[in-house]
Design a protein around this ligand. Structure first.
Ligand SMILES: [Zn+2]
Length: 339
């Protein structure tokens, strides 16, 4: 600052001034200059601070969206699922004449559903499996697979604790990072069908449901090779319905069965029982603690536990594994429990 003042020769110039008026004007001029410079710097700083703040909140928002995407989908799915299942019950009560006389666009699915139910009248439709009786086994299962980082974390924890698990991964997600899923297979986990694009099946035509199931098979074949798909269909032919939609629909269950699948549900989950009720009221780590207690305390022999690769389920994943083990459960794949 002194050097700058010397350079500007302010003091010398001030001394050379003769009258009081000139000195006063000189001081005023420099006060004005300093004030202007300071204001410009201050305003610049404020603008850059507010831009950075916006940027960082935008980044936070993006991260939030990515992490929460799966849970929002699930919430929406289960909401839709409830509505669709109620409609299906209503539709099944209608006579065939009512359905066939109705030619409006919105009723095309109803007619299709009715025809498929008639076709499946002669076969015994297998129900979805939500848990298994009389065993000390329990299965931790992981759905969807949206977050690669969390998938890798789960693989590390499972490997460290020598636990084998069943993953129900969306076909499109298999395609997105195949190397991670190949690692899962190599480490002894089983990856099963969760459809190609995770749409609610009860809302779709029978052809579209079939395409969703077969689309997943095409992705699995591309990622793991045909041998894996053959082995899977023979030894662990499991399908989990997106959002659980169709678990009580004879039409959806019949299509799964026709394609060689056993439908696997769950009897213990965290999204609707812990995450959704606590979200916005608790921190992530508090919710993760509750999830750990919920899963460890409520697990029974034969439980099928549904987890997702989200920040809440993943928070205490290692403690969940050790907590279940401490209670005496042998953590296994679904294929060890369901024959
Ligand atoms: Zn899912």
């Amino acid at each position: 600052m002194n050097k700058l003042l010397k350079k500007l020769n302010i003091f010398q110039r001030y001394r050379k001034l003769n009258t009081k008026k000139e000195k006063k004007q000189f001081i005023l001029m420099w006060i004005t200059i300093f004030t202007c410079v300071f204001t410009v710097i201050f305003v610049g700083f404020c603008i850059s601070y507010s831009i950075n703040k916006n940027k960082s909140s935008q980044i936070q928002l993006n991260q939030y969206s990515k992490l929460e995407q799966e849970e929002i989908n699930q919430k929406l799915n289960s909401y839709l699922h409830n509505i669709i299942e109620k409609n299906t019950e209503y539709e099944n009560q209608n006579s065939s004449e009512d359905l066939k006389n109705d030619t409006s666009e919105s009723n095309k699915i109803k007619i299709d559903m009715h025809e498929n139910l008639t076709e499946t009248n002669n076969i015994k439709i297998r129900k979805a499996i939500n848990m298994v009786e009389k065993t000390t086994y329990a299965a931790i299962t992981f759905d969807d697979g949206y977050n690669k980082e969390y998938v890798e974390k789960v693989l590390d924890v499972l490997k460290k604790n020598n636990v084998k698990s069943t993953f129900f991964i969306i076909g499109k997600v298999l395609d997105a990072y195949p190397e991670v899923w190949k690692r899962a297979i190599n480490e002894g986990h089983q990856i099963c069908n969760h459809t190609q694009s995770h749409q609610i099946l009860t809302d779709m035509s029978s052809e579209a449901i079939q395409a969703e199931i077969l689309g997943w098979e095409a992705s699995a074949k591309k990622v793991f090779g045909e041998d894996y798909l053959i082995k899977m269909k023979k030894e662990f032919p499991f399908l989990r319905l997106p959002g659980g939609g169709g678990a009580k629909s004879d039409r959806v269950l019949a299509i799964a069965q026709k394609n060689g699948y056993k439908v696997i549900g769950w009897n213990l989950e965290t999204i609707s029982s812990v995450i959704n009720p606590l979200k916005n009221k608790k921190t992530v780590s508090e919710i993760s603690d509750r999830i750990e207690q919920h899963v460890v305390n409520n697990c029974k022999g034969g439980s099928i536990i549904l987890l997702h690769f989200n920040q809440y389920d993943m928070g205490n994943i290692e403690q969940i594994v050790s907590g279940l083990r401490n209670r005496g459960f042998e953590l296994q794949t679904i294929s060890k429990m369901v024959k």
